[in-house]
Design a protein. Structure first.
Length: 120
C-alpha cells in the first residue's frame, strides 16, 4: 500500500533514501527531502507491502503532465532486496497512475528498464 509522505516522517524517509547510492551524505539527504517538501510537482510515497505492517520502501516522483511521471528516487530496505519488492512498488504506482508513462532519471532509468522487461 502506498502512503503519502508527511513531514513528521522525515527521519524515516531520510533513512530509506540513504540506501540510494547518490544520497549517502547527510546534507544530500536533507537537501533531497527539502526539495520534495518545497515543490508541489514532487511527491514522496512510502510503501508497505500487502500483509505487512512496516514501511519497506520509498519512491519519489515528479508529475510533469497528467500522463508522465518521472521516478527520481526508489529505495527498498536492504533486508528485502532481491525479492522484487521494488517491482511490486512500481506495479502499485501504475494502479495509482494507470494512464501514466513512467520515465527515469540517470539514477533510476536502468532500474525502470529492468522493471519494464520483467513485466513483459
Amino acid at each position: 500500500m502506498l502512503n503519502d509522505y508527511r513531514k513528521e516522517q522525515r527521519k524515516i524517509a531520510m533513512g530509506l533514501l540513504s540506501f540510494h547510492q547518490k544520497l549517502t551524505e547527510y546534507h544530500s539527504l536533507l537537501k533531497e527531502i527539502d526539495t520534495y517538501e518545497g515543490d508541489e510537482n514532487l511527491q514522496l510515497f512510502f510503501w508497505i507491502p500487502e500483509g505487512e505492517n512496516n514501511i519497506q520502501g520509498i519512491i519519489g516522483i515528479e508529475k510533469q503532465i497528467p500522463d508522465m511521471i518521472i521516478v527520481h528516487d526508489i529505495s527498498i530496505n536492504p533486508s528485502f532486496r532481491g525479492e522484487k519488492l521494488g517491482f511490486m512498488l512500481l506495479d502499485e504506482m501504475t494502479t495509482v497512475y494507470p494512464n501514466a508513462q513512467f520515465l527515469g532519471t540517470l539514477a533510476t532509468s536502468s532500474y525502470l528498464s529492468k522493471w519494464k522487461e520483467y513485466k513483459s
